[in-house]
Design a protein. Structure first.
Length: 365
């Protein structure tokens, strides 16, 4: 059955325009709407200087229209035709200075109802930061706290897999135009992984990425939360800078293995947060030791005590250590955080202790 023009426009009218404050249809941004039997295409007409604000809107529009019909192909294009906006943009050269470090903005976002926002970062990938984030979130929830978890790794989102949650966020909320997050194990969740296929690569430049992150913070209806954990991608790139500039962070936690190579990059992550005036709440050592399941022999595969020593040297709190264990990997792959699936285990207790220390530092009760 061929979709009607009215049906498609009604669907798009549920998406808020971040500039005008009205919906996309009322703002007259939808152009060249073309409807075929199994395909819908249209343009979102914007000003040339507003592309980064609309990358997330483009994705939401595609997702919303796809709901109208099974196996519907939806093509959405951003286009800029506003001459006045273009000339205005051209008259104001960007305030750039090559080599200057980004500075935190004076006005920052904090979702209504969210008490504390904590970034969990690492200098290097593969240190288990996302697994830690998922288990700490569940541990805090088990303590009776209302917890949110934002997967800010746009290029490599892993929280949908780790938390065993799938599905597409919907548009709704109190204003009818907010992004409604998903839920799992008592955690309020949002991830780029909910918006793209598991095997689909996100190929975005920095401005597009930053626009999506701003929407995840500002347009998602997070509700009342005691704490929102943000699982960052590794390194010191656009996501970290945007987050520190646009979001009111209450602190950051650094995750590393005790290996010297990982600690070198962890120091860079710490320096970045210092420069952006984000307090570092503590460090966590992951994969601290390995105990053979057959003979019980303990082996420090990545070195011993490196993160705790670094925390002592830099006068940062050491929040705890988590051993390398196959049960953690198995539970993660099955979408069941070990804090939930095997609460009494030694591995779970390591995550719980870290969560308790973090809660205490933030006076969350």
């Amino acid at each position: 059955m061929l979709l009607s023009r009215e049906t498609v426009l009604n669907s798009l009218a549920r998406i808020m325009d971040p500039v005008s404050g009205t919906d996309l249809v009322t703002a007259n941004l939808i152009k060249a709407l073309n409807i075929k039997l199994d395909e819908v295409s249209f343009l979102i007409e914007i000003s040339p200087d507003q592309e980064q604000k609309y990358q997330g809107i483009k994705l939401l529009a595609e997702t919303e229209v796809k709901k109208l019909k099974k196996d519907l192909l939806v093509k959405v294009f951003l286009t800029a035709h506003s001459a006045s906006a273009k000339s205005e943009s051209a008259s104001k050269p960007p305030n750039l200075k090559i080599g200057r470090h980004p500075e935190a903005q004076k006005t920052k976002m904090k979702p209504p109802g969210v008490n504390k926002i904590i970034a969990i970062g690492s200098g290097k990938g593969g240190v288990g930061k996302s697994t830690l984030s998922a288990n700490i979130a569940v541990a805090l929830s088990q303590r009776g706290l209302k917890v949110g978890l934002l997967d800010a790794d746009i290029y490599g989102p892993s929280q949908p897999k780790l938390m065993g949650v799938s599905g597409k966020p919907e548009i709704g909320g109190t204003d009818g135009k907010s992004i409604l997050p998903l839920h799992g194990y008592g955690i309020t969740l949002m991830s780029m992984g909910f918006l793209v296929a598991a095997d689909e690569a996100v190929v975005w430049r920095g401005p597009m990425l930053m626009g999506a992150l701003q929407q995840f913070i500002g347009q998602v209806e997070w509700g009342e939360l005691d704490i929102l954990l943000i699982d960052l991608p590794p390194g010191t790139g656009d996501v970290q800078l945007t987050l520190a500039q646009k979001c009111e962070l209450d602190g950051a936690v650094i995750v590393s293995t005790p290996q010297d190579v990982a600690l070198i990059d962890a120091r860079k992550a710490m320096q970045m947060f210092y420069k952006l005036d984000v307090p570092i709440l503590g460090m966590i050592e992951n994969m601290s030791t390995y105990i053979c399941t057959n003979c019980g022999h303990e082996e420090h595969l990545f070195g011993e005590g490196g993160v705790q020593l670094e925390a002592t040297k830099t006068r940062i709190d050491f929040l705890g250590e988590v051993p390398l264990d196959i049960k953690v990997r198995q539970s993660s792959d099955s979408g069941k955080p070990i804090v939930f699936s095997d609460f009494e285990s030694t591995q779970s207790m390591a995550f719980v202790k870290i969560a308790d220390k973090l809660s205490s530092k933030l006076n969350l009760g």
